[in-house]
Design a protein around this ligand. Structure first.
Ligand SMILES: [Fe+2]
Length: 592
């Protein structure tokens, strides 16, 4: 039985294909369309899934949409968040026209895929989130927490899963939304909503949470774990062009200008920015204020999530917790939930945001609606398109690109190890691309994590990131505990997907300066031989050569672009940057 899950028209559009309950292929549309966070109908991702499975759309048994369509409402809401000129009247009208759009999505699916109405199913947005985590977790029974900006109306749920059943026990409704609270600060701090949340999380460690009292004026947590926003400070629920209002600005001062470069006295002036400006001190002080605000909203978000998780534990008595929804990508909060609540194990799949809804919707249909036993545990993130040696070779030949080939895998690893030890930055393109927003060793840019200059080198050559975006480490799973404060690291699934930020061990901070963030933490990826044989072998051999089985891993893309998909995307990124070498499967391209 083939079931296609689809998410689109809100955040990240994606498709996922299940065959007899096993995931076969899954991908976000942005990788094909090259439009970051593409939310349009995921034609390319769907075609990829069908091709991979060797079927046509007419062969599908079911197509499941990840929410009960609310397209226009959601779009208007997003527009409001992204400072689009809308009004309450428009918002209300869009609610009415939702009824029309609801029908429209169904017929789009029928038209695009040439399938009958009877095959189209709809799963609720937060149920898709819950299913996307629980039904592919290794847990027979677990508590479930979903938290995002907003689904249809719901913004968070608590529930439990057992076997192939999911029960959502409680929900919080719009406008009370942790995701939208965080997004309001994302906008206030000068970043794009739905894109800049990572930047707020990364900026927070540069600040002190000096404004906790003020942030707690905006939101309160109830004794049952639920929370409520004080809507006196927001306007995303009705406004024309802002997420927060004047009262919010009275509390926190002027918003951070989007173009203000970020550095503080702690980060210093990044070398790759050039010469410090005359008003360096003044800008440092200004950024310090904004970093303190970032630290405050991050802390409050963590406290709210901890409160919800603790209460959910009390109510269910369960030891395991599945998390999904965009807020599930807050890996600092996830690390604290593991360390500071009675839950012993968490499961979060790599596409925890709305893209993952495609997977959840398909799993829900197969396991819960059709009542089939669970067949699938997600062990890795490699569900995208791969390129065979023949395809890469003809691409290189057709474009007259000089290259070498190293057929032997050990020799290939040793070549890359040598280059990394010499200080090179290497593009590493292998097998199927990753599901979710993180590069996990199949579309990655690699460098030596031991080199204190490497952050600046990678930034100067490729990324031009500001200091609030730390680089992440990939470490052999069984060695992770030596470097990171994560007891029994291999058992924790979220660490496979860089979904925990944990302290770097005190004695190892000087060993791994390029991946240790300003607050002494790292967002590690544990690498397993079984799931990533080539990447594992590379890090293993790097460890044999240097004594440190850890590499710096950053996503294979230029700033602002989606992660690469094809050999051509990879070569173009390589050419436009100052990357030193590119490895496409066994093909090597070097800059002299
Ligand atoms: Fe969502």
């Amino acid at each position: 039985m083939d079931i296609l899950g689809i998410s689109c028209y809100y955040h990240d559009a994606a498709a996922a294909l299940l065959r007899d309950g096993q995931l076969v292929a899954a991908a976000e549309e942005e990788r094909f369309s090259r439009i970051k966070h593409d939310y349009g109908f995921p034609r390319n991702a769907i075609q990829f899934c069908l091709d991979f499975a060797g079927i046509r759309s007419a062969d599908l048994d079911y197509v499941v949409f990840f929410e009960k369509p609310f397209r226009k409402f959601d779009r208007i809401l997003m527009s409001v968040l992204q400072t689009y000129p809308q009004s309450w009247k428009v918002f209300r009208e869009s609610m009415i026209s939702w009824m029309v759009d609801k029908l429209w999505v169904g017929s789009t699916l029928e038209d695009e895929l040439g399938i009958s109405k009877q095959k189209v199913l709809f799963c609720e947005h937060h149920l898709s989130h819950a299913a996307s985590a629980f039904l592919c977790s290794p847990f027979e029974e677990a508590a479930i927490l979903t938290v995002d900006g907003v689904g249809e109306w719901v913004t968070a749920t608590c529930g439990r899963g057992h076997g192939n059943e999911i029960r959502l026990l409680k929900q919080i409704d719009f406008p009370h939304s942790l995701g939208l609270l965080y997004s309001a600060f994302t906008a206030f701090l000068g970043f794009e909503v739905n894109e800049g949340e990572y930047k707020v999380m990364g900026m927070a460690p540069y600040g002190q949470p000096r404004y906790l009292e003020k942030v707690w004026k905006l939101v309160q947590q109830n004794s049952d774990g639920s929370f409520a926003l004080n809507m006196d400070y927001f306007c995303f629920h009705h406004s024309t062009d802002r997420t927060y209002n004047r009262r919010f600005a009275d509390l926190f001062g002027d918003p951070r200008p989007p173009k203000l470069p970020f550095y503080t006295k702690v980060s210093g002036f990044p070398k790759y920015f050039g010469e410090p400006p005359a008003n360096y001190e003044e800008i440092c002080d200004l950024n310090q204020h904004y970093a303190d605000i970032a630290a405050s909203i991050q802390r409050v978000t963590e406290e709210l999530l901890l409160g919800m998780a603790r209460r959910l534990h009390e109510e269910t008595g369960l030891k395991r917790l599945c998390i999904a929804g965009g807020v599930g990508l807050n890996s600092v909060a996830n690390g604290r939930i593991l360390r500071e609540t009675p839950f012993e194990e968490l499961f979060i799949q790599p596409s925890a945001g709305d893209g993952g809804g495609a997977l959840g919707a398909a799993l829900w249909a197969y396991n819960t609606l059709l009542g089939k036993p669970r067949q699938f545990v997600m062990q890795h993130a490699y569900w995208g398109r791969a390129y065979a040696a023949g395809e890469i070779s003809s691409f290189l030949r057709q474009n007259n690109i000089a290259h070498a080939v190293i057929e032997n895998d050990d020799q290939l690893s040793d070549f890359v190890v040598r280059r990394l030890m010499e200080g090179s930055v290497v593009g590493w393109f292998q097998d199927r691309f990753e599901w979710g927003p993180r590069a996990l060793g199949n579309r990655s840019i690699l460098a030596d994590a031991r080199n204190p200059e490497m952050k600046d080198i990678v930034n100067a050559k490729i990324k031009f990131r500001e200091p609030y975006r730390p680089f992440a480490p990939s470490v052999l799973a069984e060695c992770a505990e030596t470097y990171f404060d994560l007891p029994q690291a291999p058992r924790h699934h979220p660490a496979r997907y860089m979904l925990y930020v944990v302290p770097v061990r005190e004695e190892q901070k000087s060993t791994l300066p390029a991946i240790t963030h300003v607050d002494g933490t790292g967002r590690l990826q544990t690498v397993f031989r079984e799931q990533s044989p080539r990447y594992y072998s590379l890090i293993e051999r790097f460890g044999q050569a240097t004594g440190v089985p850890v590499v710096l891993n950053t996503s294979f893309n230029l700033k602002g672009e989606p992660i690469v998909n094809t050999p051509m995307n990879a070569f173009s990124t390589f050419s436009k940057s100052e990357m030193d070498a590119l490895v496409l499967e066994n093909f090597i391209i070097s800059k002299s």
